[in-house]
Design a protein around this ligand. Structure first.
Ligand code: PEP
Ligand code: MG
Length: 580
């Protein structure tokens, strides 16, 4: 038995068989082929090259059409590299003369090319090394097709163990069979963690190197509450966790009985408990938990969950599903927050050194107007069907907000010209997730209908801590007094001006912060749907004056650890069964 400590990112306990993925999601053993299999293996290589070439050509055509020749040319260059006769001859030689398997030959040869390119003086050519890695992965995907199916076409329950999972890989996990996952890399606010919550499966990230210690089929426990992974547990540990898992289910059933009661404090203040969703199917999770609406729909997952570029109709159908299911309750659709760790299939103009400070989110959409306009058209069209609001992410300057609103107005005009129905008074809001936006809050409040605070980013940009980096996880802390000051400024200004404000970062789903946030004046929490019952249970046992007193005291404290301990202690006094 081996016990590892990682970062808990999605609650619950999963016990089951391991499915192990290596660094790249591929396993490339040093394998050799028998002499009489050589011809078949070369044929397999040719088929993989042809399939990869067809895929690249399709991408080239789509990208050229949507974004222009300049971007299409990137894929054209990939195609030429892949179809280079010299490469084909080198690979054949490795299979024919050295009896390498095609996978091993591709992996060896491409790595050699990468090294040659990286040594070149020209920085332009050195950067092309990434293109070779891309081609290598694509070829391997075709060669290893059957092994990749392990992850996407499962037939029995597994716990996925991987070095790292990107948000799109996580989004593509098969929900019917993947019962939990654990990774060596990853931080507490990474989007991979957020997707795990959407899938409602226990998950632990940032556990450090452990894959060498485990084989596929081993029994594993993932404890998503404490951030623990147990490899090959002994009988006693297994029994303990099985018992705990049953207890958790019983507790969830008890909380579920609150579903139809209003979320309000003991002294009658109505609280809005909204759901954060990434995929349309999660609207069911919101309804099951009695959510008051959808406070954050992360629409970029439409890109991350699919292989091709979504068009206006894809957007529209996804939003329609959500808006209709919510049946008149508010749905806040956030425009695309792509970039940083949420990388779509779009080619990036440059390799970014600091992607979280780079071309992400509203910056990216404002530079890709066709993409932005397509999405806004879909949002406007769906606004005719229910209670829809639109929200812009990562706004850091007034100019950005104004530009985004201008594009929206322009798209509205288009719809008018074409007699397409939409809500002319669609509420327009923005996320507050950059300290600059808090500093300028009074100006922003003049120009929006509502605000939503994104603490996942606000914390990382305030404390200069990458939210997805396990090495600095100790510095990423919602209780930091600097973060609390920014929250207090933003909430206070909105309340004074009478503009609705909610909080949709992970922080609002933690009961630890409920007294503080209520005490600062917040009345709307947008959280992962599974957190709603517990928050409702807690808020129904609190009173506002009490929360205000606790918030005032917390705001005088100087360090995060004391603040967390204080907030938990005060909550425990009022809600003795609260567990953290
Ligand atoms: C946030 O930053 O808090 C937020 C809700 O947005 P995301 O996690 O998608 O960046
Ligand atoms: Mg954010």
């Amino acid at each position: 038995m081996q016990k590892l400590q990682g970062i808990a990112v999605s609650p619950g306990v999963a016990i089951g068989e391991a499915l192990v993925m290596d660094n790249e999601g591929f396993r490339i053993p040093q394998r050799f082929v028998a002499r009489d299999a050589v011809e078949n293996e070369i044929e397999r290589l040719d088929k993989a090259i042809a399939a990869a070439a067809a895929e690249i050509a399709r991408n080239r055509d789509v990208v050229t059409k949507e974004l222009g020749e300049k971007y299409g040319a990137i894929f054209e260059a990939h195609l030429q590299m892949l179809q280079d006769q010299r490469l084909r001859a080198d690979l054949e030689e490795l299979i024919r003369d050295r009896h390498y398997s095609p996978e091993y030959a591709v992996s060896r040869k491409m790595r050699q090319y990468v090294q040659v390119f990286q040594r070149l003086e020209s920085s332009y050519l050195a950067e092309r090394a990434n293109d070779i890695v891309d081609i290598e992965k694509r070829l391997l995907r075709h060669l290893l097709g059957h092994r990749r199916e392990n992850i996407s076409q499962l037939t029995s329950p597994v716990l996925v163990l991987a070095h790292n999972l990107t948000p799109s890989e996580t989004a593509n996990l098969d929900r019917r069979f993947v019962q939990g996952f654990a990774t060596e890399l990853g931080g507490p606010g990474s989007h991979t963690a957020i997707v795990a919550e959407a899938l409602e499966i226990p998950a632990v990230v940032g556990a450090g190197p452990f894959l060498a210690e485990v084989s596929g089929g081993d029994t594993v426990i993932i404890d998503g509450d404490r951030g623990i992974i147990i490899l090959q547990p002994d009988e006693e540990t297994l029994a303990r966790y099985r018992h705990e898992s049953r207890e958790l289910q019983a507790q969830a059933a008890r909380l579920q009985s609150l579903r139809d009661l209003p979320a309000e404090t003991a002294d009658g203040a109505r609280i809005s408990l909204l759901g954060n969703i990434e995929f349309p199917y999660e609207v069911e999770h919101c309804i099951d938990r009695g959510a008051d609406g959808v406070g954050l729909y992360r629409t970029e997952f439409l890109y991350l969950g699919s292989d091709s570029e979504p068009n206006e109709e894809h957007h529209y159908q996804a939003y329609r599903q959500v808006v209709e299911a919510m049946n008149g309750k508010p749905v806040t659709i956030r425009t695309l927050d792509l970039g940083a760790d949420k990388i779509p299939h779009l080619p990036k103009p440059e390799d970014e050194k600091n992607p979280f400070l780079g071309l992400r989110s509203i910056r990216l959409t404002l530079r890709n107007l066709p993409l932005f306009r397509t999405q806004l058209r879909a949002i406007l069209r769906v606004s005719a069907l229910g209670n829809v609001q639109v929200m812009f992410p990562l706004v850091s300057t007034l100019m950005e907000l104004r530009q985004a609103k201008m594009v929206l107005a322009d798209v509205m005009e288009d719809l008018d010209e074409n007699d397409i129905d939409y809500n002319r008074s669609l509420p327009v809001g923005m996320m507050v997730e950059v300290p600059a936006a808090v500093m300028m809050i009074d100006h922003f409040l003049e120009e929006v209908d509502f605000l939503s605070i994104g603490t996942n980013d606000l914390i990382q940009y305030t404390l200069a801590v990458d939210r997805s980096n396990r090495d600095v996880v100790g510095l990423y802390n919602p209780s930091d007094p600097a973060v609390l000051k920014l929250l207090s400024i933003a909430i206070g200004a909105s309340v004074r001006k009478g503009i609705p404000i909610s909080l949709c970062g992970q922080m609002s789903g933690s009961i630890t912060y409920m007294m503080l946030l209520l005490g600062l004046g917040l009345r709307s929490f947008s959280v992962t749907p599974s957190a709603i019952p517990e928050l409702k249970n807690v808020c129904r046992r609190l009173t506002i004056p009490d929360c205000e007193m606790v918030a005032q005291k917390a705001m005088t404290m100087e360090n995060a650890r004391d603040i967390t301990a204080y907030l938990r202690g005060e909550l425990k006094k009022r809600v003795p069964d609260a567990s953290f």
